[in-house]
Design a protein around this ligand. Structure first.
Ligand code: GLN
Length: 303
């Protein structure tokens, strides 16, 4: 089947089904979205994108931003970051405090919230505006100059920040955050609230598909660093459901609580999906069903 036809078919199937899962509600502004939304897009390394459904409608990037923050941290801080954040699956929910206490404030990986806060702290050593830096990367890689923070979502999350603040303060106590916790939270929340469409997200993820090369042909990450980011997506990208994601989809992927998922077929294409209904671990139900069907029917996985 032609790729465009397959995406259209997947979108049609998702749109005609009853919306599955539950829209995130712990950030109140996220609950405002229609559960029946579904978009899917596929970007080739040369920038050509195809898509179906709501592939041009924006949603907040949420935890998928952690991939791009890690990319920037590796590009600007390099290997020393690994003394402050691990690269093992956590097996715990993305905002869990439990492991952090008995592992002395060193988060298991950069894709759980604690790890992402450390990455933001590391970026603050390089720039005093890390969320703007991330936004600018997304603007340039997608070619969409108007990508920006959705302030309603950011403010809603600031109003419900206690758990992330607790993670930040615990790590600060262990000496693993060097900047004031409110400053780190400010940039972390803003980076999560950047609004992108499936089309734009797929274009941005092509940095990994191209093994570290930017859209303009310049190098952002070494081939080895790009491999490492994708490897951490495979093992940690869906939090405590990373095993299930690898089992069903078989690709490096990263999910977010707005219902977005970005997955990479290294060297071939980036695929992004969005559907707001989540399972109990915070991953998009229809999004993962769609990726499962896509890799099963095309045989395009890393396995
Ligand atoms: N901004 C969200 C939070 O910190 C991101 C979580 C997610 O997408 N899993 O809770």
């Amino acid at each position: 089947m032609d790729m465009q036809d397959l995406l259209a078919d997947i979108a049609e199937e998702a749109k005609s089904a009853q919306p599955a899962g539950r829209v995130a509600h712990y950030i109140p502004a996220l609950a405002d979205v229609e559960p029946s939304r579904f978009g899917i897009a596929l970007a080739y390394p040369d920038g050509h994108v195809i898509g179906a459904g709501d592939w041009r409608r924006r949603f907040t990037i949420q935890s998928i931003s952690k991939v791009f923050a890690l990319v920037l941290a590796l590009a600007h801080r390099g290997d020393p970051i690994w003394s402050r954040v691990g690269r093992e699956p956590s097996g715990n929910p993305f905002n869990s405090l439990v492991q952090l206490e008995y592992e002395h404030g060193i988060p298991r990986n950069p894709f759980i919230n604690a790890g992402a806060l450390v990455v933001t702290d590391l970026l603050l050593e390089h720039t005093d505006q890390p969320s703007e830096m991330l936004r600018d990367l997304l603007r340039v890689e997608s070619g969409a100059d108007d990508i920006d923070v959705d302030m309603a979502v950011a403010e809603s999350e600031f109003g419900h920040i206690d758990r992330n603040a607790a993670l930040g303060h615990l790590m600060a106590d262990y000496g693993n955050l060097r900047h004031p916790v409110p400053q780190v939270l400010h940039h972390y929340v803003r980076q999560c609230a950047i609004a992108v469409s499936c089309e734009e997200l797929a274009r941005c993820g092509s940095v990994l598909t191209r093994h570290g090369m930017r859209a303009d042909g310049s190098r952002l990450l070494s081939r080895s660093e790009a491999k490492r980011v994708s490897a951490i997506m495979l093992t940690c990208g869906a939090y405590d459901a990373a095993g299930e994601f690898a089992f069903r989809v078989g690709l490096p992927g990263k999910s977010g609580v707005s219902g977005g998922v970005m997955a990479v077929v290294p060297g071939r294409f980036t695929i992004s999906v969005w559907s707001p209904g989540l399972d109990r671990r915070g991953n998009s139900v229809a999004g993962i069903d769609a990726l499962d069907r896509f890799t099963t029917e095309t045989g395009c996985s890393v396995f």
